[in-house]
Design a protein around this ligand. Sequence first.
Ligand code: OXD
Ligand code: MN
Length: 596
Amino acid sequence: MTEHRKLKRWVDEMAGMCRPDDIIWVDGSAGQKESLKREAFETGEIIELNQEKLPGCVYHRTALNDVARTENLTFICTKKKIDAGPTNNWMLPKAAYAKAASIFKDSMVGRKMYVIPFSMGPVESPFSKIGVELTDSIYVVLNMSIMVKVGADVLKALGRDGEFTKCLHGQAEREIEKRLILHFPEDNAIWSVGSGYGGNVLLGKKCMGLRIASHIAKEEGWMAEHMLVLGIEKPDGIIDYIAAAFPSACGKTNLAMLVPPKGLETKGYKIWTVGDDIAWMRIDSDGALWAINPETGFFGVTPGTNSKTNPNAVKTIARNTIYTNVLLKPDKTVWWEDGDGDPPLSGIDWKGNAWQPGMRDKEGKIIKGAHPNARFTAPINQCPSISHRVEHHHGVPISAIIFGGRRAHLAPLVYEALNWQHGVYVGASMASERTAAQYGKLGEVRRDPMAMLPFCGYHMGNYFSHWLKMGKRMKKCPRVFHVNWFKQDKKGGFLWPGFGENFRVLEWIIDRCNDKVGAVETPIGYLPRAKDLNMTGLDLPKGALKELLKIDADEWLDDLKDQAEFFKKFGRKLPKELKNEHASLKKRLTKRSKKC
Ligand code: OXD
Ligand code: MN
């Protein structure tokens, strides 16, 4: 066990409140993992899948009302409301602890409490942070064992008095009315109760990896971002790394594992995956920005994953994977919408009901086999494109930062910000259409600065200032870009094929970073000339590229009104630099608009 007195005391205190029958320390060994799996098979918490076809894979169904992150039940609890800012739900720590304690109280009677020591980032790296999660769910233990490093090595690194994030999770009754996801940045603590959904309960991920880490990062002068990280190896063998922020379920995992289209692959390009969801970035001794992926697994959206959209993911999830809320086939394999292969003739859907293709509900709507936010949890080291730098304790140098959203209109395929400050403005004013990864109206456009709206653990106005400060400290800032793979034509069809073809845009981005290609300066930033994008082997319909690279000044001016409304929320905390960027953009667009 441990000699860490504070840790022992905290575990005792939490156990005193939750009253589990037993306390089990997770040691990270294969033997313990196996026996936990067996125990969960017996209770039905997880189901063993066909071990011949899917070795090491298991299946889990969440409660019907517990299939996505619940942002309305997620709180930042600080002594002063202003510290949580206008984009977070806020509660006073004292009130939050009391409210959650009344739900946690005695909630583990008849259950066991598992103690999971975990490291985000390589164990013992100065860039890593340690957390300890207490949970009454074996599903959580198994997921955490894939997503982060867990067990005895971490306890050893923690020593007798190391700092750690106190993470308490309990399933309680899994009722929405008794669900709370609480963050206490001032206490370095997280309490999550009443949920079994990954984003709410794998506390290393969004809760510690982003909300708590973003707060710590601001204090310590680094960045915790909702970003994938990948390396692009050019034909000359040199690898450039990029970090990219997209809101949830907008294709980060697909981009992180992209396979270049045939025509470009034969040139010798390769993609190396460093991470698909979280980047912790620091300025290193060379004055550049370096990123690590603090996770060791993928918690990806399953529907839509197939050999065409993401061949590397398909290979990654063929073994040792936890499938959640997909369709269970009679031969104990799994299926999901827009996956590989035809739908099976029958199966059990994510709700646990008998299912056949084409079934409709009372309102006549097709019943899906898998929930649109069904997930896979798989080890990163099974990914065929895994970067050899993934274990490197200080990570990879970042040449470009890409922001992206899901926008049917307005944003062109790609543009480059004029400089770091303008890039921060581009990220801060980013918007996207809502997806199934969070509750709410699908398709609604919402502002999602740096894709961090649900994950920034403090006042977002201060977060923007932190980005600006980081830029001032760097000797060489990464170049900043914005992409939109989702622009539509008048009939609602996508103008750009996406997936592997996105590589064509990455090539332009990397060439820009290496000053190898030109651009046109427009009011919103630098755009590629049509001839600068390598289109070998891709036949877009006539006029599509022109439409993809079009800037409609009047449409942008309209959007600026909405941006301004959003920025008003931050009051005096909105950095003046961003106000100036907004005003300058308006001026440039107005000039263009009058010309037309
Ligand atoms: C995720 C999310 O699960 O962003 O990564 O919701
Ligand atoms: Mn995410």
